[in-house]
Design a protein around this ligand. Sequence first.
Ligand SMILES: [Zn+2]
Ligand SMILES: [Zn+2]
Length: 85
Amino acid sequence: MATCEVCGNDYWMAFEVRTVSGDVHTFDCFECAAHKLAPICEHCNVKILGHGVEVAGRFFCCAHCARHEETQGAEIRDAVGSRPA
Ligand SMILES: [Zn+2]
Ligand SMILES: [Zn+2]
């Protein structure tokens, strides 16, 4: 048994998520995991649950939001495969 670090539910199917920094978090459901770990779009403030878009280390839910906040159109790309410098 493990306890969700967001809501405190003690659940037999709780799972762990290891982040890029090596931290390990325990959650009872994906909603709690997203609440704690999902980045937030800097334009519309939604939780980014998909790949999202990264521009110079800033995260957005989609290219539309990124274009509202950033002028580097050529740098707007899917966050998959890109890595902040
Ligand atoms: Zn929870
Ligand atoms: Zn957005």
